[in-house]
Design a protein around this ligand. Sequence first.
Ligand SMILES: Nc1nc2c(ncn2[C@@H]2O[C@H](COP(=O)(O)OP(=O)(O)O)[C@@H](O)[C@H]2O)c(=O)[nH]1
Ligand SMILES: [Mg+2]
Length: 305
Amino acid sequence: MSEDRPTRCAFVAIVGAPNVGKSSLINRLVGTKVSIVSPKPQTTRRRIIGITNRGVTQLCFVDTPGIFAAAGRLEKAMVEAAWRAAGDADLVVLVLDAKRGLEPKSRAVIEGLKKIGKPVILAINKIDLVDPPVLLPLTAEANALLPFEETFYVSAETGEGCEELLGALEVRAPQGPWLFPEDQLSDLSNRAMAAEITREKIFLQLREEVPYATTVETEQWVESPDGKEIRIDQTIYVQKPGQKAIVIGKGGSRLKAIGEAARKELEQLLGARVHLFLFVKVREDWKEDPERWRMLGLEPPRRQG
Ligand SMILES: Nc1nc2c(ncn2[C@@H]2O[C@H](COP(=O)(O)OP(=O)(O)O)[C@@H](O)[C@H]2O)c(=O)[nH]1
Ligand SMILES: [Mg+2]
């Protein structure tokens, strides 16, 4: 940053319906995995910031939980957090899935964006999955609902179009000091990232309600003096004894597979040998625990009575 030009810094909220590829896109734009991804909707529970620097400009991408008609209290708070992120951001990017197009959930997000009244950039993602001719009608239809500043066609999977999107965000970033050190890639601590990685493996390996009933906490983190080995202890909380049995699996096989997958990724991420110990506990009301909410960066629920 020896250039004389003043620095720029933008918070860029990435919003959209569940599963359109918001987290994948941020990982691609940042150039490394900062947010977990799965084929299931609502994998992202907390607000995560992924950071990338280009010349004098720092772009801070705010990954948000997908916006949907939420039922539970935790789910409602997740959606509120997504809207708050959009309201607070300097720039807003709406992500659509090229294949799913303007499904009702995406239309609902567009309605919400109209109320916020901020300029929005449209990123049509997953273009690797469609024939190019579908993109123009989709662009026209979307822009009829809300006139977007600009439209980009991207693939988080292949990286296509991402450089163009980054360039547009760069020139729109307001002047201001950088908010994160030059080498920081996300606002998650290693402990929190490690918990997210195990949670991702649970989302990838378990079905139906179990991933949604699960949360992961890193309880202990001990590094060897030379930093080459790390012992990480985590607790997987579930809501019911039956779910505990599913997470553990026959003879512990499922838990072992989850641990293996998480450990491999942690070793890559941390560049050290990792010993990962997973424990499963039933805590029926973890979704109501104010401490958990704070860890997710959400406003805790108010106790009644
Ligand atoms: N083919 C393809 N799949 C994608 C792309 N972006 C995301 N996905 C997949 O879509 C699913 C949902 O992605 P995710 O990033 O978790 O979506 P989010 O819920 O919006 O954060 C995952 O299975 C991703 O691998 C893309 O550009 N192309
Ligand atoms: Mg996500």
